[in-house]
Design a protein around this ligand. Structure first.
Ligand SMILES: [Fe+2]
Length: 412
């Protein structure tokens, strides 16, 4: 039996005694009933974009990530494009809503937030976990009061029929799905008709030619972590809920005092290498917005959640350790991608001496998601340095404020 409590806790952020008590109880229970051993790696990530946006978004992902376009699943109201690196790292499902008038639960999650509402279909939806014994996993989770979409709802949402999908989290607004796939079998999504979408394919090939020309295909590695932003008061519940739903463990939390924020990391208990199953990070403000005037600190994380709703903020990709043409790989990757017309929120920060360098891209106009690049040196195992996180959080906050001003200017 796997022991999910084997790793020492990292970080300096204090948790409540409630969190500390239930962290142990939840993980002991999960291990004891066998869920930890039945739930394996993240097999796919699901993202939805606006009508007409998927070709441009796939072009962007093909340039900025190692993903390849595989196939499109055509259903009545959606195109679902499957992107893959290989069978070791998770797929990305890019779903385009074909009808701008289509409404549904995922759209509703955006519509009550002032900036989120501007792109009502754009949202990261969640992760699909590979499990052994899907039926038993679902029964055990139901007994723990986890709620699932029924088969009729999954059919109406035009999500793959061969998975069990948990309803959106009240804390993160993301879903989590389970499916059963023997490790030796390919990932096959039971949805619609398989086609090769010519325009998507053309955009994909163009971007991959650029990657190959500059050697980016050798430097940009699979997803390292997924970072979700939640309301400050939901930080502990969001972490523990994710541990309840997955086979991840609590790695630890860091306080980013001067940005009034904390970064909280969970990782797969089964796959220590993030490229196999990405770490899942939760970022939350230290104080709710209404005490900011008393605390007197900036509050970029809480501002983001108030503007967009709780949701995924960025997808981080690793960059191979080393140098290209005399400069560190991350700088080379960013310079090359900048020259192709993509913007970044700040310069590359961190250093070899500190163990890692990081950068945030501007938010994609198609998905609202930021791409982070992270290059680790030698055997550095962390996800950030405190100085880096403070700079990244601050830079994202500056862009946030601009967007909020623009949104207010166009508000009726
Ligand atoms: Fe990150």
């Amino acid at each position: 039996m796997t022991n999910s409590l084997i790793h020492p806790k990292q970080g300096d952020k204090e948790n409540s005694s409630w969190f500390n008590e239930f962290l142990i109880k939840l993980l002991e229970d999960r291990d004891r009933i066998g869920l930890t051993d039945m739930i394996h790696q993240i097999d796919a990530l699901m993202i939805t974009v606006e009508p007409g946006c998927s070709i441009a978004y796939i072009k962007e992902l093909s340039l900025m990530t190692p993903y390849h376009y595989l196939v499109t699943l055509e259903s009545e109201t959606h195109w679902t494009h499957i992107l893959r690196i290989d069978m070791r790292s998770p797929d990305i499902l890019v779903r385009e809503v074909r009808d701008p008038n289509l409404s549904g639960i995922f759209r509703s999650l955006n519509e009550v937030y002032p900036i989120g509402a501007h792109k009502p279909n754009s949202r990261y939806m969640g992760e699909i976990f590979n499990v052994t014994n899907l039926h038993e996993v679902v029964e055990l989770q139901r007994a723990r009061e986890i709620r699932f979409f029924n088969q009729d709802q999954i059919r109406k949402l035009e999500l793959p029929g061969n998975m069990a999908i948990v309803k959106p989290s009240p804390y993160t607004h993301n879903v989590l799905a389970y499916w059963e796939r023997p490790e030796t079998e390919l990932r096959i999504y039971a949805l619609g008709t398989s086609i090769i979408h010519n325009e998507v394919n053309k955009a994909y090939i163009e971007a991959k030619n650029i990657q190959a020309k500059f050697g980016l295909d050798q430097l940009i590695l699979p997803v390292d972590h997924l970072a979700t932003r939640v309301y400050s008061q939901n930080r502990e519940a969001a972490i523990l809920e994710y541990l309840t739903l997955s086979s991840y463990y609590y790695w630890g939390s860091y306080n980013i005092e001067d940005q009034n924020s904390s970064t909280n990391v969970t990782k797969s208990i089964h796959y220590p290498d993030e490229s196999h199953s990405p770490a899942k990070v939760f970022t939350a403000a230290n104080h709710p917005y209404f005490v900011n005037h008393i605390v007197g600190l900036p509050s970029p994380t809480e501002n983001f959640v108030r503007n967009y709703g709780p949701r995924l903020h960025h997808i981080a990709l690793s960059v191979a350790d080393g140098e290209t043409k005399g400069i560190e790989n991350i700088d080379y990757v960013v310079d090359t991608i900048r020259a192709e017309g993509k913007d970044f929120l700040l310069d590359v920060i961190g250093s070899k001496e500190e163990g890692l360098k990081q950068i945030f891209s501007s938010a994609s106009e198609h998905s609202s998601l930021i791409i982070e690049y992270v290059q680790r040196y030698g055997d550095f195992e962390g996800f950030f340095t405190k100085d880096n996180v403070a700079s990244l959080t601050k830079a994202a906050g500056v862009e946030e404020n601009l967007k909020m001003l623009q949104a207010e200017a166009t508000e009726q």
